[in-house]
Design a protein around this ligand. Structure first.
Ligand SMILES: *Cc1c(COP(=O)(O)O)cnc(C)c1O
Length: 403
């Protein structure tokens, strides 16, 4: 366990459960680890992919570290501007949104990344003077789960590299300037060599465009989920890709910015989800520990089989027993099956690790439950950064009619 058990327990006394806690020091460590890995590159920009965790204060924290912002909706763009990012520090990478939404982003002046030929054509006619980035699909399979792998041949993401001749013709016809080439091949990249193959394809495309300012290699970097779990070897990637980027830049003959847009890599390990045990229930084959939460608050295990380590904060010396940890939602709602955990009693507090990315941001009010509170640990202090919801919050947009 690499966290401060007493401190987390203390926070549950102050703020109640269920509770999300994020440690800024971990975000700082991950951010600077990546910066250091690419120190051979002159111009590096890491854009925090804020869909992983959209709390305004997390965005402000990354801004303070020097990050840019990666967004996938106009609402995320607006939250980014509210967090203090300059429009040109924000890249907007939508997929399948309306043209009106892309126009809104253009009016705000953010970097726009287009992943569809018909949209590129439409945009080129309407905004010939607004430079855009093109998202390519290099058709490499770097991701883990098929739901989060976005580079394969049938993926809805990006413009196929086989369609690049059409993109070139479109650019010539409309006079559109391409200022960036982008790829994002999926989540859980472990094989650096596969990633580097994708990068070679990107370089191959990029050499044909003469107004480039940046090359964006997306994200999908893996973090460990288990004590000895695999993670992307970012230092090795930095060494290899950094060198290739510098080589390309020299040949291209103009200074370029190397960009990435990590979400999970920056925030996953910073987060802890804390919940209290409502019931311990022994059945014929299993001991269930039922907590005061469910997939409404943390959907990743049910959604794509994600693993979150679970610890009993209240009884760290207790003997190990096997538990299936479940939620209170009236459907199958399993956080972890057959887990070895220090003996659990009703009222104990359990801690879920890797709860910084795609946890709160995917939470819902299913079963009419309130979304949890969020706390940020920063410079030795704890700050409430989102209040727990109440009944008013979940009823506020309901329009009651007389029946
Ligand atoms: C989701 C997303 C990311 C972040 O992916 P992680 O696996 O969380 O690092 C980056 N870029 C784009 C375009 C995305 O949609």
């Amino acid at each position: 366990m690499n966290f401060d058990r007493e401190r987390l327990l203390g926070l549950t006394e102050t703020y109640g459960t269920p509770l999300y806690v994020y440690d800024a020091e971990v975000m700082n460590r991950q951010y600077n680890r990546m910066v250091k890995a690419f120190s051979s590159v002159k111009k590096l920009k890491l854009n925090y992919a804020c869909k992983a965790n959209t709390n305004l204060n997390i965005l402000k924290y990354f801004k303070s570290l020097g990050a840019g912002l990666d967004t996938v909706s106009i609402q995320e763009v607006m939250i980014g501007i509210k967090a203090g990012f300059e429009p040109d520090e924000i890249i907007y990478t939508p997929n399948g949104v309306s043209f009106e939404e892309i126009e809104m982003a253009a009016n705000l002046g953010v970097k726009i990344n287009i992943d569809n030929i018909s949209v590129l054509e439409h945009f080129g006619h309407e905004y010939p003077d607004y430079p855009v980035c093109v998202r390519i699909n290099p058709h490499i399979m770097a991701g883990g789960n098929s739901n989060i792998s976005v580079g394969h041949i049938d993926s809805k993401f990006g413009i196929s590299i086989h369609q690049m001749p059409l993109v070139k013709r479109l650019v010539e016809n409309t006079g559109l300037k391409i200022n960036g080439i982008h790829m994002h091949t999926g989540s859980d990249i472990l094989d650096i060599d596969v990633f580097l193959q994708g990068a070679e394809i990107l370089f191959e495309v990029a050499k044909d465009y003469h107004f480039l300012e940046y090359l964006d290699f997306g994200s999908g970097f893996k973090v460990p989920y288990k004590p000895d779990g695999d993670e992307t070897d970012i230092e090795y990637l930095g060494e290899k890709l950094g060198a290739r980027f510098n080589e390309f830049e020299a040949k291209y003959g103009k200074e370029l910015t190397l960009m990435f847009e990590p979400g999970k890599y920056l925030v996953s390990e910073s987060g802890y989800f804390l919940a209290s045990v409502n019931v311990v229930k022994q059945t014929t084959s299993t001991v269930f520990a039922g907590i005061d939460s469910g997939f409404n608050h943390l959907i990743r295990p049910m959604f794509y089989g994600a693993h979150h380590e679970i610890h009993n904060l209240s009884n760290p010396e207790g003997r190990f027993r096997y538990y299936t940890v479940v939620g209170y939602i009236c459907e199958t709602d399993t956080f972890g099956a057959n887990r070895k955990i220090n003996e659990i009693k009703e009222g104990d507090v359990l801690c879920f690790q890797n709860a910084g990315a795609y946890c709160y941001s995917m939470a819902s009010n299913y079963n009419s439950r309130f979304k949890p509170a969020e706390v940020l640990l920063l410079d030795g202090k704890d700050y409430l950064i989102r209040k727990r919801e109440d009944l008013e919050d979940i009823l506020k947009n309901v329009v009651e009619i007389s029946i």
